[in-house]
Design a protein around this ligand. Structure first.
Ligand code: XIL
Length: 497
């Protein structure tokens, strides 16, 4: 982490401490906070990380909504991604006032090949692999003692091999893919890529395939139609995945966030009026068609799933999220997006509805039910293949039981379930890491058994980052590897060996 980033982090932490002091005052809305989440509130003597650990995805949605924000509702109370000292940098074009001339052009077209269906095959990796997949001479590390103290974030990445000799994807081969998100910075560190290739057989671009990365305002304005330009960072990741035989989850086609506001406006102008329903449907179709065609053409068979629509419902599931898509097209923007995605996706690419807080189902907060109803509707036209559960969790909320039960609830609809963005916020100390490991152990012992015995139909699990200092929520140390790329107790919980 750079010095300036660290300084920014300290300043932000001070801000957060002051902000969380007001948490109780802001907690006066009409919504009832679920019991389980109460432990997540910043109280006296509790630090920000502890509050964060318990406040994951609670339906109170205290975090302020920002117009162009990145899922602020999922952050610990009072924190938005923009405020997070370590949040990953979204790439690509983000609402320039004047459309800048692009520097890149999309790749030329080649015919796409369809991919297979269903569960991952036992050996998803092809022969062409840059990094050897066999365990190296590096001895298998001993399982960390429970609650091992996290190492300092300032320790540099080791120069020796970081390979473990155990592998998450090999552990679950034949059951489900095991993946991580990757952003362009990962590729600058050979230890990171070495570890990713040993542990994972699937990746998701953290930001590089979102609409704000792909849409080119200059070209849209110049040509008077939707034009995508695939940035070099995106290509770098996808080429690396192709070379190493990794499979890819496409993320994301239609989302309220990280989609430029000008995309919805006349003339693709930032100050234009919102376009008509007809025009927006045509833009949606064009965008989806171009992205899917680009992927099939340049990376045939590599994309096994796409998040077609992300986070269409409010945080707690009480209704539809108000956004430009909803404003212009109404509720059925979701169905329309799936229709276009089905039309242009190759046969082997599975289509997903992806969301967070998917396990909330009580009182009037029926997010699970809403998603189930949506799936049933979309299934009537054979438009959907699965539900993506983001799974930005905290050690004290939701309960492992509730989470695991929801995987089964969705599976029972006859669709696949993929855990798409797993991270578990906890306090950055020994007891926090023990809690994190215990929590993941409860989840994975149940999921492993349920998937093996057909109780659920889990086809992919992805963590949202390789190591704590790469996480969008780095301060809550939510991942399986520490800042030195050493496996945490949490890693062994997920490995279930
Ligand atoms: C996050 C990225 O991790 C951050 O780098 C970015 O600043 C904001 O978006 N739900 C999603 C993901 O579907 O795309 C979000 O990723 C996390 C919440």
């Amino acid at each position: 982490m750079g010095k300036s980033k660290r300084t920014l982090g300290i300043i932000t932490l001070c801000f957060l401490l002051a902000f969380c002091g007001c948490a109780d005052k802001r907690e006066t809305g009409s919504e009832t906070r679920p019991e389980a989440s109460v432990t997540g509130e910043a109280g006296e003597g509790q630090n920000v990380s502890e509050a964060a650990a318990g406040a994951a995805q609670t339906p109170t949605g205290n975090a302020p909504q920002t117009p162009t924000g990145n899922a602020p509702q999922e952050l610990p109370t009072g924190v938005s991604p923009e405020q997070s000292p370590t949040a990953g940098e979204p790439t690509g074009t983000t609402e320039p006032t004047d459309a800048a001339e692009p520097t890149e052009t999309p790749e030329s077209t080649v015919t796409a090949a369809p991919t297979g269906n269903g569960k991952p095959t036992a050996t998803p990796k092809p022969a062409v692999t840059a990094a050897p997949q066999k365990p190296t001479a590096t001895p298998k590390p001993s399982r960390p003692t429970e609650g091992q103290k996290p190492t300092s974030t300032s320790t540099p990445i080791p120069t020796q091999s970081v390979k473990l000799g155990t592998s998450l994807y090999k552990r679950y081969e034949g059951y489900f893919y095991f993946g991580t998100c990757v952003n362009a910075s990962y590729l600058n560190n050979s230890k990171v890529t070495e570890l990713v290739l040993e542990q994972f057989n699937s990746i998701t671009c953290e930001n590089e395939m979102k609409p704000d990365a792909l849409l080119n305002q200059y070209q849209c304005q110049a040509q008077g139609k939707v034009v995508i330009t695939v940035p070099s960072n995106t290509k770098k990741i996808l080429d690396w995945a192709k070379k190493n035989g990794l499979k890819v989850r496409g993320h994301v086609l239609v989302w309220y966030s990280q989609t430029p506001d000008w995309f919805f406006r006349e003339g693709f102008r930032s100050n234009g009026a919102l376009v008509s329903r007809e025009e927006m449907l045509s833009r949606m179709e064009s965008y989806i068609k171009q992205v899917l065609n680009y992927c099939d053409t340049n990376y045939p068979g590599m994309f096994y799933a796409w998040d077609v629509v992300n986070e269409a419902f409010t945080d707690d599931g009480t209704g539809y999220r108000d956004c430009n898509w909803y404003k212009i097209l109404g509720e059925d923007y979701i169905t329309e997006a799936f229709r276009f995605a089905r039309k242009y996706a190759s046969a082997g690419t599975k289509l997903f509805y992806n969301d967070f807080n998917t396990y909330i189902n009580y009182s009037d907060k029926l997010k699970t039910t809403r998603i189930c109803n949506l799936v049933k509707e979309l299934k009537k036209e054979n438009l959907i293949d699965g539900v993506g559960m983001q799974a930005h969790l905290g050690v004290s909320y939701p309960s492992a039981d509730d989470f695991v039960r929801t995987v089964t609830t969705f599976s029972n609809l006859g669709v696949e379930v993929q855990i798409t963005e797993l991270d578990v916020m906890t306090t950055a100390n020994a007891s926090g890491w023990k809690q994190q490991a215990d929590y993941l152990d409860r989840i994975f012992s149940a999921l492993e058994k349920n998937d093996r015995t057909g109780v659920c139909n889990l086809t992919s699990v992805s963590v949202w980052g390789i190591a704590d200092n790469y996480s969008w929520r780095a301060e809550s140390t939510p991942l399986l590897f520490d800042d030195n790329l050493k496996p945490k107790a949490a890693y062994y919980s997920v490995l279930q060996q």
